[in-house]
Each structure stands twice: as C-alpha cells, then as structure tokens.
Ligand binder design. Structure first.
Ligand code: ADP
Ligand code: MG
Length: 693
C-alpha cells in the first residue's frame, strides 16, 4: 500500500526466473517448490550455511564427530543389498592421497550409480561416525565438474542454500551467481532510502528519504555478500543490512496503517458519565484496585475521550486482574450510552466472564448477554436501537452468528493472542470505528511489541494484587509420581483443589498421556476426593457443568487438557500437576500455572517430564527459576520462535527472510527510530486511495 499513490515502475528484479540462463521448465518447477518465482526471490534465497573451501581437511586428518569438508576422487562405488535384496545401501570410497573415506547412503537410489562414478572428484561434507575405517553416513556432496566456473564453487567461502529434490547445491549456486552477474547493477535501494531510484515491488515510498547509518553496505553489495562473502564475518554484516530493510518496511506499514486510521476515524465519545456506574461497581467489587490497575484505567479513559478511537493492548501477567479493568472500561462506554462487546477464545472463559459480569452489572441495571456456539441468552438480530446499553459477551460466535451490534462503542478482546488479526477486524467492523482494547497475559517480548503490535498503544499491569500466596514449581521425572500423588492427597485433605493437566484428549501413537485414559486411574487413586474430567470434545453444556462443579468445590480434582490454559479462575485450587510437560511451550506452561496462586494459600506446580535431552530439561528449569512472564516469553521466543509463541499464520506477522525476531531487537529499534523520525518531521503524508479501517 503505497503512501504516494503513483503507479510503480516494474522492477527488473520481478522478471520471471526463466530469465536466468539455465532455467528451463524443469528447473522452474523445482525452484517453485522453494517459492522462488522471480529473479528477486532467487537473489533473496539466503544460504543456510557456508563452507570455507579455501582450505579443506586432508581425509587423514578427519576427526570423529567433527563436521568437515574434504576433497577426493572416487575409487570405488556401488550398491550393496542384503536381506534377500529387500534392503540396499549405496557406498562410495573417496581418496585424496592421504587416506580413504567411506561414505554410505542407507537409502539407495538408482541415480547414484550414474552420479558417483569412479574417477569423479567430489567435495564431501559431513561428520565422521567412525575413524577406523573413516566413514561418513549421508554426507553432503558436490561434484567438482571440470569447467571454467570452478571459481564459483571452490577456493572460496561457498554458500550452501536450501535445496529441493533434483536441485543440487552446485546448480543453485551457479544460478544465483548468474543472476547476480546479470542483475546486480539493477538492484535498487529501497524507495524509503535517500537516493533511492525506484520503489521496491512492495511499494512503500516515504515522502522523505531515510538515511541509513554509514556502517551498512549498499543493498546490492549486501546481496552479493550474503551469497559470496569474502570473509565469514561479511555474512552477518550483509544479513543485518537486509534485515534492517525488512524491519524498516514493516515499520512503514505499521505507521501508515496507524496514520490512515487516524486521518479517517473519528472517536465515539465513550469516556463515561460522572462515574455513575463505575462508582457503585467499584464499591461492591470486594477489593481495591491496585495502583497499576488504576493507572491503566486512567490511560484507557483518556483514550476513550480522545480524538481517535482507542487502539490499546493491555498486557498483564496471569492473575494481575485484567478482568476488573475490562469491566471498568466497559462501564465507561456503557455510561456514555454505547454497547460493548467482549470476545473470549473459549466457551469456558466466555461463560466465566458472563457469570462474573452478570453478578457485577445486573445490579447496576446493565443488561448482559451471552453468545457462544452452544449457549445464547438472546436471539440474534433482536437487539433494537431502543434497548438500554448492553454488554455482549461471547466467543468467536459474536462475529459468525450474524448478530448485529448497533451503537457499538467499545470492543474488548480477551486473551487476544488466541485470535487472529482477521477475527479482531471482523468484530470491529460490526461498528463504526469503535474503540478497541485487546488484552493478553502472554507477555510480549520487546521485539514483537515493536513489530506485531507496533500499531497499538501498550498499557502494562506490572503488579499483582496483594495477598497472593507464592507459587513453587518443581520439575520431576515420572518415577516420582507416587510421591506426587501422596502430596496431592495431603493438599486435598487440607481442603485445597487440584488441577491435573495432560497434553492429549485420547491416546495416540505419540505416546503422550491422555486425560480420558488417566481418568479412571486417578479417580481411584485419589478417593474419596471427587475427580472430574474436562476437555475440548465435551459439549458446551457439559463443560459448563464440569466447571461449575469445580468452582463450587463439588469436585476437588479437575483433569483437563490445556483447554484451561486461559482465564479460568478458581482461587481455592492451589496445586497443578502437568504430565508430559515437555510437550508444551514455556509460555503455555506459564499460562497454565497461572490457574493457581490466585488465593492466599501457597501454591504448587509440579511438572513431570522424562525428556531425555538436556535442552528440554533446561527449558523446564526456566519455570522452576522464575515466575516472571517476560523472562519466560523471551526464553520461549529464543527456543521455539515466534510462530510457536503466537501462532504464526494467525498473527499477521510477515515472514522475514533475514530478520530474526528472537535476536534482532537492536535492529528493530533502529528501524523504528528511523521511521518515526521520518514520520514526525514530515507528518503530512497524503492519504492513500484505499480505505483501511
Ligand atoms: P487476569 O489478569 O489473569 O485475567 P483476573 O482478572 O482473572 O486475572 O483476576 C485474577 C483474580 O484476582 C480474580 O479472582 C480477581 O477477582 C482478583 N483480583 C483482581 N484485581 C484484584 C485486586 N486489585 N485485589 C485483589 N484481587 C483482585
Ligand atoms: Mg483473564
């Protein structure tokens, strides 16, 4: 979406890949599998690693389990079969004059005979799994075809790109080399930079150029360097330049979206009326708001009376009291005579909110309605303009069920990370630029705060209500389970309640434990205490009654899947046992753990895991060591990437080729500052032609 709506000249880099010499229909198909369709796609196809081919190891110098490249001639090669010909492998012997190297492929293909022929010279990369005799299984190899292009492949730092069947590293490298030779001089600087000649195909054009700090190479140089670096250190320099371009482009889009929105949207006056409803609400709440809650409410009130509709993200760790803030914000809009919609990701959570809000709001004369897939308190489309300002609570059904929401003043989305950007927009479109408050307990690492949520203002509740018992967390192997059950019985005897969480509903081949399977066993194990079962395959009404029983302490133990991850609030439940803990993400475990520690009693979280590998162990230890949701989210982002943390497809986050959200905070900051400076010195950018709420 260009800021300056001039038609973009077609970039030479958007030429189809068939323009590169040597790309016929077959290669075109192979490249398409790697999502490479244009010359630009090819040039931006980043290597996945590099080999320093200026010096090879001698085969005689190979060391056990140490990856290395050698260069040798094939002196013997062929298939071996056994088990009456049902199994076969392909073996090759390389010789470089210093020693022999055996290589084996346990999956043999017919083409190998023709490719690995005696006399040919190869580069061989891999990790020796034995030294006497020297052997590498499944090495990466590259045939050094005699020819005048040898300088591309050897005696240099050679890139190894992501490949696909039928496309060798050597071919890929050759194609990229050719593309660079033909197009390098035409690689434009992005249009937002000073001296930019042409806009990029994506087309963000600044009204005024940004000047990059001088340590960054030109884009064309960076692209050459990332493929054919002179020194390994060049790779990171080049990557940073290309990542910076990506981040700047994203920041532009964020700023533009925000600016378009502000130029179009007039805010509904929703800041309330003399606290007519809020005052009695707070008086009967049963606790005093924390300072953090009060501060956040001030921020929200000022938004609700502002010139532009609120777009605010409310971040607060599990149990920090976001619901009371949401309720107060809702009352402001209700006082002003507008309807409010509150959307939650699960039926259980929507139901719980509904119960709370009915308790809080009906005494104030504010109607509260519920709409989920399985429960509704009103028929759709019956809400007339004349009825009093109402709070609508629901799941995604709020947007799918054809409900009309007249006079919609405020949209609140709870546990917003469970929704996609699209769903949020759908709900907003039920009104005319209503205010938006999105809430999340998944602390957002700063990099994502600046990218994914860059167009939202952020409020943070950084304080838990006083008088919360601490949570102690332990990681244990499953042979300790008998002791853990003993511990559960002890706590149950004291009158506390317990959650037990399993990763699966039903058992399947992955060997992870399933609620339905463990239910009977634990029921016996924990008698006379009453055990109930909750998972996503239950009907809405069943879920409600299971939750109601647990909340009322008619059942003492709740076996559940991660369904209870969000929102569920039962202060008397103080123990949580999570089996196969390694199957969950850290942020998710932290959310689950947030179900306990909500009352004054001390709480305990036991994570059971037999994960052999030390990385999984280290991951879980993070939870033993800290209760700080921020630290946990950052660790999770580093370990599992943003997709896992946020649900990538849903998140609306672009795929970065060079940028790395886990590591690039300094670059993201730099991009943001550069763009902000541009926007603040030149705030009057012409509005685009297309509307964008
Ligand atoms: P979350 O931020 O995870 O959504 P909730 O809104 O569910 O947290 O609040 C967690 C619990 O803390 C609830 O039982 C709520 O009633 C209680 N609570 C919220 N604010 C306060 C406060 N200021 N003082 C004491 N308890 C509070
Ligand atoms: Mg909540």
């Amino acid at each position: 979406m260009p800021v300056v709506p001039t038609p973009l000249p077609v970039s030479p880099l958007s030429a189809p890949i068939s323009q590169v010499w040597g790309v016929g229909p077959e290669r075109e198909k192979q490249l398409a599998r790697l999502e490479i369709r244009t010359v630009e796609d090819l040039l931006l196809h980043a290597p996945r690693r590099y080999e320093d081919r200026r010096k090879f190891l001698r085969i005689a110098d190979l060391k056990l389990k140490e990856a290395a490249t050698v260069r040798g001639k094939i002196i013997a090669a062929g298939h071996k079969t056994w088990k009456k010909g049902t199994r076969s492998l392909f073996e090759c012997v390389f010789d470089d004059g210093s020693a022999h190297l055996h290589c084996r492929w346990w999956q043999a293909y017919a083409w190998m005979e023709d490719y690995y022929t005696v006399g040919r010279e190869f580069l061989v990369f891999g990790k020796p799994d034995s030294i006497r005799p020297r052997n590498i299984d499944h090495p990466e190899t590259e045939w050094i075809e005699p020819g005048d292009d040898e300088f591309i492949h050897v005696n240099r730092i050679a890139p190894i790109h992501p490949l696909t069947e039928g496309l060798t590293a050597r071919v890929m490298r050759t194609l990229i080399w050719r593309a660079l030779e033909k197009y390098e001089a035409q690689i434009p600087e992005p249009p937002f930079l000073g001296n930019a000649a042409q806009p990029t195909p994506t087309g963000a054009v600044a009204a005024h150029p940004i000047f990059l700090p001088s340590q960054f190479p030109a884009r064309a140089n960076a692209i050459r360097m990332i493929h054919f670096p002179e020194e390994l250190a060049d790779v990171e320099i080049a990557r940073q330049r290309l990542a910076l371009d990506e981040f700047i482009e994203l920041q532009f889009q964020i700023r533009q979206r925000r600016q378009n929105f502000e130029s179009k949207a007039k805010a509904l006056p929703c800041a309330g009326d003399q606290n007519r409803l809020i005052k009695p609400f707070l008086a009967h709440l049963g606790f005093k708001l924390t300072e953090a809650q009060t501060r956040v409410l001030r921020e929200i009130r000022s938004d609700l009376s502002g010139a532009h509709p609120m777009r605010r993200l409310l971040q607060g760790d599990v149990g920090s009291g976001k619901t009371a803030v949401a309720a107060s914000a809702a009352l402001m809009a209700l006082e002003s005579g507008f309807n409010v919609a509150l959307m939650a990701p699960t039926e259980i959570l929507a139901g719980q909110h509904f119960d709370n809000f009915v308790k809080w709001f009906r005494p104030l004369g504010v109607p509260v309605e519920l709409l989920t897939g399985s429960r509704k308190t009103m028929a759709p489309k019956t809400k007339s303009d004349a009825s009093p300002p109402t709070l609508f609570v629901g799941t995604h059904a709020l947007v799918t069920e054809g409900l009309e929401l007249p006079r919609l003043g405020l949209v609140i989305i709870d546990e917003q990370h469970k929704f996609g950007v699209a769903q949020r927009e759908q709900l907003l479109r039920k009104g005319v630029y209503p205010h938006l408050l999105v809430m999340t307990a998944t602390p957002i690492p700063r990099t994502l705060g600046l990218t994914l949520y860059g167009d939202l203002d952020v409020s943070v509740i950084d304080e838990l209500p006083a008088g919360r018992g601490p949570i102690k967390t332990f990681v244990r192997a499953s042979d300790k389970l008998p002791k853990v059950w003993e511990f559960l019985r002890e706590k149950l005897k004291l009158g506390r309640q317990v959650y037990v969480v399993y990763p699966r509903v039903e058992e399947n081949a992955d060997g992870l434990k399933a609620v339905t399977k463990e239910f009977d066993f634990l029921k016996t194990k924990l008698t006379p205490h009453r055990v109930s079962l909750l998972h996503g395959r239950l009907k809405g009404a069943e879920k409600d009654s299971v939750m109601a029983d647990f909340r009322a302490n008619r059942t003492q133990v709740l076996l559940a899947t991660s369904l209870i991850e969000v929102g569920v609030d039962v202060p008397n439940a103080t123990v949580m046992l999570i089996e196969n803990a390694e199957a969950f993400g850290l942020a998710q475990l932290h959310q689950l753990r947030g179900r306990i520690g909500r009352g004054t009693h001390e709480s305990f979280c036991v994570l059971i895991s037999d994960a052999e590998n030390s990385e999984s162990r280290a991951r879980l230890r993070v939870l033993e060591e800290t209760n700080d949701g921020f630290k946990i989210a950052e660790a999770d982002l580093k370990l599992r990437g943003p997709g896992e943390l946020l649900g990538q497809q849903q998140s609306g986050l672009p795929r970065f080729r060079f940028g790395n959200l886990a590591e690039d905070l300094p670059l993201i900051r730099q991009a943001r500052d550069l763009v902000l400076r541009d926007f603040s010195t030149h705030p009057k950018i012409p509005a685009p032609s297309k509307s964008h709420p």
